[in-house]
Write a protein that binds this ligand. Sequence first.
Ligand code: ITT
Length: 205
Amino acid sequence: MKQIIFATGNEGKMKEVREIMKDAGDYEIISMKEAGIKTDVEENGTSYSENALIKARAVREEAVRNGMTGFLVMSDDSGFEVDKLNKEPGIYSARYMGEDTSYDIKNAEILRRMEGVPWEDRTARFVCAIAMVGEDGREEVAEATFEGFCAYEIKGEYGFGYDPIFFVPEYGCNDAELLPEVKNSISHRAKALRMARDILADKFA
Ligand code: ITT
């Protein structure tokens, strides 16, 4: 069975990817840790797709150096965009206010910056780019969005990152209030991974 090394150091993402890809048939998903890969690259691209490719290429190179065969690398670059804040934090979502700042603080700061902004101007979204890099260097990217609003309040215990301040109109609650199986059926990551699976079947079979 072919292995997909999923190039992320983010536990929240890894958990969702495993759940979304659990019936991905011919592939076994393994984390970088499980593959013994330690690469930590600088994400200096100017788009989600570029950053996703930067991560996947670096992991492929290390896997090849380590003598691995029969694998494909996948990575996820994602972010939270608030239109009223010029799409911040955007591609800098992980680094916003510092990588080690807690999301309680980051989320509170975004809500503070959005104080007094009416509902119709609170449009926001998550974006996810999934890059695939084959053992032979072949490259593909799939990108998808999850549209909603910047909430008025921090709410919910599920998910990770900015989920507690993202309001999901279809469900009338914040993303972090949705059960994981619900988020994982409608999210930016779910959509991009579904597209990625079609690309895998088409171009990497
Ligand atoms: P890797 O690069 O190792 O994958 P990272 O957390 O640094 O991990 P990104 O650079 O892609 O990953 O940053 C994505 C950030 O966007 C993430 O840290 C969250 O702050 C936010 N984010 C992305 N998807 C999210 C989701 O589904 N729910 C909440 N926040 C999300």
